[in-house]
Design a protein around this ligand. Structure first.
Ligand code: NAG
Ligand code: NAG
Ligand code: NAG
Ligand code: NAG
Length: 655
């Protein structure tokens, strides 16, 4: 709809009006009419279109085509289509008549100057700022949607800067502009103008913490909005001009701030006292969310820690990464300070806008030995960093407890970038551990990977990666969900026993007490504990089937046994937990279970191979026993993967 502007006119002296193309002027002809006026005429120069709007529908004085009966709700509606060549080059005259039809009583003269003003953004999401997009003032999801996008400028382009780019009020180097969204204020008009008109850009107080707006003026960049600056006024200059602005997002969408930012523009007319806005428009941006990458996306960079006692593991792990032809980054001990759980400290993701995409590490509130790693080694040019901190913390805040499913469709609703999965206390208990609220709020506020909460507090460590993972598959939904299964493990061990291998032992040749299959199957307490674990996993299985729209055929049971470790009856894996694997394309790095050797083969490994190899997956069993398993983690807990972003663009989601 066109912008309407009501004009108040006076008879006698000329009224000078700046008209902005695309707007509609409504002139009330009744109020300024001199006493005794009965009808009026309207004349205009060729550049002006006038029409009469009369809500009473009382129409024309018949014999005179341009003469109209004056009513208390009569408006003259004025529009123009071309920019003026010079000031006041167009004219509208409204002449009033009384009883005598040939004697005008008085008249209103309008002198019009038409200008073009538009605040422009990339509202059609093609990476370029177009001219005067009719949809720029609102934001809509989907392939047919519209509205501009703002990246949170959370990387650090300037070498030597202490903090990320959003933390400063300047644009330290040119590269930083590429992370920002461009906004152009375009004006076109005659080469002279009535003096002292101003242009004002402004944002609401609720948006000041969300953005910085910089003006690019000849050689310098000046912050004009954001922080404590809510408005900026510039001189409106004659002729054709482009005022260039660059906008950076300062905060990710979150519970209390929402995700939209509005920038308004007004044209201000000088009055005897101060200024009055005579034209206003707005542009709307959506802050780009932080997006997680599931195991089905291609690995780009693999991370692992080097610590005092994991040389053997590192060797096998490196071989796997080489086989998968990925890049390996080893975080050294001076940086990790003995903390090997790199899955728990960080989660890799990214953020995308039509003009730019870059990876962003989400830094957990856990902050143990690896605390400085994301700041010192990851944050950098085109590598962003975001964190949430909390005074109250527990093991469920670690990001082994934060995973994401591959893309799914659930009852017709599409999740083209999958769904975030976190572990919590059982919904009906009032005690127990949950992921800290600030992290949960952040995850929910990103909205594009709508989170699912599972029950993981039954585990001593309490992370979802201890009982589930996703692997790529060529068929069905493009993946399989792998779940731990004590039940499957017991059945396998009973079969081994029936085949006469009950005396075969787990953990042979390791620095730990071996256990016989017979001992496991005779340990009633252990079997009882595992049937409890199976129930916990089954509860999650049902939630996952419902929330991810999975069938039984989409799920593979992986034989794993647990033991109860603490006085809260919480569980840890009895032998290396094969679900806690790293997935690099089709190459899987699976914790070597050290099961019994029957004819030189481990039936646990064979079971996993039999289930996964038909899907084209390459199973590599890695010895993480001493360096990880005995310390209550496995391969996945001790590694991390930066993956390629989705080809799918988040703004094309139907929400
Ligand atoms: C006003 O006049 C127009 C055109 O003659 C007609 O279509 C419309 O229905 C009228 N409206 C009212 C409220 O009488
Ligand atoms: C406008 O004129 C109509 C019809 O003559 C009358 O009913 C109405 O009260 C008037 N309204 C005002 C605001 O003068
Ligand atoms: C910007 O303009 C819109 C639409 O005219 C208005 O709703 C909003 O309040 C304005 N924002 C500010 C900060 O004035
Ligand atoms: C943990 O989260 C679950 C799921 O949101 C909730 O039902 C439960 O009350 C929470 N428990 C605690 C102790 O906060």
């Amino acid at each position: 709809m066109s912008k309407q502007r009501t004009l108040r006119m006076e008879c006698g002296k000329p009224n000078q009006v700046i008209y902005v193309l695309g707007t509609v002027l409504n002139i009330d002809v009744y109020k300024p009419a001199p006493l005794g006026s009965k009808s009026f005429e309207v004349h205009s120069s060729p550049g002006v279109k006038c029409s009469i709007s009369d809500l009473h529908n009382v129409t024309v004085v018949a014999q005179h085509a341009k003469r109209w009966i004056l009513n208390n709700r009569t408006l003259v509606v004025v529009t123009m289509e071309k920019i003026s060549n010079y000031v006041n080059d167009n004219k509208v005259t409204i002449t009033y008549y009384g009883d005598k039809l040939d004697q005008p009583i008085d008249k209103i003269i309008l002198q019009l100057t038409a200008v073009y003003i538009s605040l422009d953004v990339d509202a059609d999401r093609d990476g370029k700022v177009e001219k005067n997009n009719p949809n720029k003032g609102s934001w809509k999801w989907g392939p047919k949607g519209h509205g501009a996008i703002l990246l949170v400028n959370c990387d650090k382009d300037a070498p030597g800067a202490a903090v990320s780019d959003r933390s400063d009020d300047t644009v330290p180097i040119f590269e930083d502009l590429a992370d920002m969204s461009q906004m152009i204020l375009r004006t076109e008009g005659p080469t002279s103008l009535p003096p002292d008109y101003k242009l004002q850009l402004y944002i609401s107080a609720s948006d000041e913490k969300k953005v910085h707006v910089f003006r690019h003026d000849l050689t310098k960049m000046t912050k004009v909005l954001g922080g404590t600056m809510l408005s900026v006024v510039m001189d409106y200059t004659k002729g054709n001009n482009e005022y260039n602005f660059f906008i950076e997002g300062l905060r990710f969408p979150d519970k209390e701030i929402g995700s939209l930012v509005t920038v308004n523009l007004s044209l201000l007319e000088p009055m005897i006292v101060g200024y009055a806005p005579i034209f206003t428009e707005q542009v709307v941006f959506h802050l780009a969310p932080w997006i997680m990458t599931p195991n089905t996306l291609a690995p780009q960079d693999v991370y692992v820690c080097s610590v005092m006692d994991n040389a053997k593991f590192l060797k096998e792990f490196t071989a796997l990464v080489e086989k998968a032809m990925s890049k390996l980054t080893i975080c050294r001990e001076d940086m990790n300070r003995g903390d090997r759980w790199i899955q728990d400290e960080i989660e890799f993701g990214y953020s995308a806008a039509p003009h730019k995409t870059f990876p962003i590490v989400f830094d957990s509130p856990r902050n143990r030995g690896l605390e400085m790693f994301p700041y010192k080694k990851l944050l950098g040019p085109d590598f962003g960093h975001v964190t949430r901190t909390s005074d109250v913390g527990n093991s469920l805040d670690s990001f082994g407890n934060l995973e994401v499913s591959p893309p799914v469709t659930v009852n017709g609703k599409e999740y083209p970038m999958g769904r975030i999965i976190i572990g919590s206390a059982f919904p009906t208990t009032s005690h127990g551990r949950n992921m800290t609220k600030v992290v949960q709020d952040f995850l929910y506020a990103q909205t594009v990977q709508s989170p699912i909460e599972l029950f993981s507090d039954w585990l001593h460590v309490g992370h979802v990666d201890e009982f589930l993972t996703f692997v790529p598959a060529p068929d069905r939904k493009g993946f399989r969900l792998l779940l731990v299964s004590p039940d499957a493990c017991c059945k396998l061990f009973m079969k081994i026993q029936q085949e006469g291998h009950g005396e075969a032992m787990l953990f042979e040749n390791l620095n730990t007490t071996p256990i016989k299959i017979n001992e496991i199957l005779n340990n009633q307490a252990l079997l009882r504990d595992n049937s409890y674990v199976q129930k916990c996993v089954d509860w999650n299985r049902d939630v996952l089937k419902k929330e991810l729209g999975l069938d039984e055929e989409d799920i593979i049971d992986i034989p794993v046994l647990f033991r109860i470790r603490d006085h809260f009856q919480r569980a840890v894996a009895l032998f290396p937990d094969m679900v806690n694997m790293i997935v690099l394309g089709k190459y899987l790095g699976i914790p070597k279970p050290f099961g019994p050797l029957i004819n030189g083969k481990c039936p646990l490994e064979s079971a996993v191979r039999a289930a996964l190899e038909p899907l084209g997956l390459d199973c590599n069993f890695i010895d993480d026993f001493d360096a990880y398993h005995l310390q209550l983690g496995e391969v996945h807990c001790g590694s991390n993967v930066l993956r390629k972003p989705f080809a799918f663009k988040w703004w094309n989601m139907e929400m």
